[in-house]
Every structure is written in structure tokens, then in C-alpha cells.
Design a protein around this ligand. Sequence first.
Ligand SMILES: Cc1ncc(CN)c(N)n1
Length: 210
Amino acid sequence: MWAATARTRDAIDALPFVRGLGDGSLDRDRFAYYMTQDALYLRGFARALASAAAKAPNGEEIAFFAKAAHDAIVVEGALHEDQVGRVADEAEPSPTCNAYTSYVLSVAHTQGYPELVAAVLPCFWVYADVGERLMAKAGELADHAYGEWIATYADEEFAQATEQAKAIADRQAAAADPGTVARMREAFHRATTYEWMFWDAAWRREAWAH
Ligand SMILES: Cc1ncc(CN)c(N)n1
């Protein structure tokens, strides 16, 4: 699944938003737009993770997804509040934010546990991957404009959660019939593309037409 998204991941690395986040040159307005949209995204994503906990076949995976839902709101939420303050309940999701959260929630409500695991996996894996590479390039984070963001996603605990999510997806794929594996691939690919779109939308400060 990861190899099939190589082109999209290269395109993520090439995005002006991601480059600017890495070298600290990203302007604050674009970053604030992104963090506000991300806070809205995380609510939908946490709901999808809670659905994964509800569908999970054993205690270990129930606990994993329930904790991931908690961390998306509490741990990532603390980073967002620190950077842009508390996002108002009535704040409006952008078209891309709305599309991405609607997509993972539709998988949660209309498909099975394996497909849902595949749909939420890029949210762990792409961020851990980007975080690790930006950290390696940035070196010292103390004076970096976006050091707190990079440290959050390059964090060892986030890397461990990503490994757990990957292991769950691998177990599900190994036990699944070919049709389910095809839907898992589709969900993983679609969500990885949404990751690209989310950063691109932040760069453009995407708005609704009317
Ligand atoms: C859009 C998006 N994707 C993933 C993550 C990492 N949980 C995030 N904060 N935002």
C-alpha cells in the first residue's frame, strides 16, 4: 500500500506549504489557517477512530483506537490551542477539510473494520514520515518557527502509534479476501491523496465559492 502511494508522497514533500513548514519560511497566516482547519479535521478524524474502536475485534485494538481518538483531541488539540487558540465551535470547515472528514466518516459508517483501518492509516503514517524527515533536516528545533509542530509529529510516541496502526492494517490485510484488500488499498490511497490536498488547500487558503 505504501509503495503504491510513492508519487503522492513525493508530491507532498514538494508542496510549498510543507517546504515552508520545514525551513521555517511559511507565513503565519497560512499556518494559522491550516491549524484552524486541522482542529476541525481532528474532530471528524477522532470520531472515525472511535468508530474503529467500536468495530475492533479485540481489547488491544479497542484500546489502541480509543486512545488514538483521545490523543487526536487532547494531545494534538493542545498543540493547536497553543498555536492558534481555541477554535470556535461554529468555525467553518473548508471544502477540502469537509471532504476529507466526510470521507473517513463515510468509510466508518458504510464499510468494515479493515477498510476503516486503511482509511485512517495515512493520518498516522504520512505525518510520522513528514515529521521525521523535517526533523532530520531542521536539526536544532529551539529557534525554529515551527519547531513545536515538527516535534509533535517526529515524537517517539507518535512513531510507536504509527507502527501499531501499520501492524493492525497488516494483520487485517493478511486475513482479508481479495475484494476487501482491494478496498483497503483504495481507502489508503484516497486518504493519502486527501493529505496532499489538505496542505495544498492551506497554501491556497481555500474558501467556499459562495
Ligand atoms: C489532515 C491531518 N492528517 C493527519 C494528522 C495527524 N494526526 C493531522 N493532524 N491532520
